[in-house]
Write a protein that binds this ligand. Sequence first.
Ligand code: AMP
Length: 282
Amino acid sequence: MEIIRIPRIMQDTSRGHLLRSRTIGFVPTMGALHEGHLSLVRMAREENNVTAVSIYVNPTQFGPNEDLTKYPRQIDADIERLREEAVDILFLPDDSLMYPAGFATEIEVKGLSERMCGHFRPGHFRGVATVVAKLLNIVRPTRAYFGQKDFQQTVIVRRMAKDLNLDAEIVICPTIREEDGLALSSRNAYLQPHQRAAAAGLYKCLNNVSREIKAGLHSGARIRDRMENMLGGEPLISAIDYASVYDPETLDEVEDITGEVLLAIAARMGTTRLIDNMLVSV
Ligand code: AMP
């Protein structure tokens, strides 16, 4: 596995592969890799000639009171896992190369970025859109792989790629879960053992409501009530940022359900913020 730290060298390396008509599959990550990340890596490897992964904890997507400094970092273990997965290239830049002095450009995907998590994390999706645009311009992938776990992020990245005529095909991969349904996340490492069991409550809530929707519950207001009641019944959930039903394309809240909808939750357990979602078709 080639480890590249300099954006210019990464661009030249990708250009070389593309000139030889090789396809590049790219998985952007913030590291602390788990099976969710690796499922994206395997998909990228299956569908492309060259697999590239980036590990970069992007400071501009963290708010001033968020977990940037304590975000889990385990680069040696990550490198080992990527070698085992036969990844070809690891792009591992640092802040001084991603945001050199004088850096002044930001990408804002209007509307979509203000809903759901955007409301509780102002500026977060500006940081995400900007870094993803940079990474796509540096790595020049044929396809870039993102997890459904971060559903709003996938909608925003797709919109940005379309609006900015970016070349890469954006591929969305299913959420990988623990046995009890908890979606894998690097942030799960923050959970204390007693919180860990309760964290599966998010998935249980999504599952229960999904069943109720399929059985005929189609009122947005009633679904929100049901979700808030279920989550509110778990004493270790200290706050619910949102728990509702959305249009999966516009991310607008849905009042009367038809077709496909997105159930999504963001909730806090002490200082840990958990998100999860599920698509449901009626
Ligand atoms: P992160 O390192 O958290 O920024 O995540 C990097 C990529 O992995 C994003 O596209 C995430 O959506 C994806 N991802 C994170 N957790 C999971 C999971 N449990 N299942 C599938 N994809 C995931």
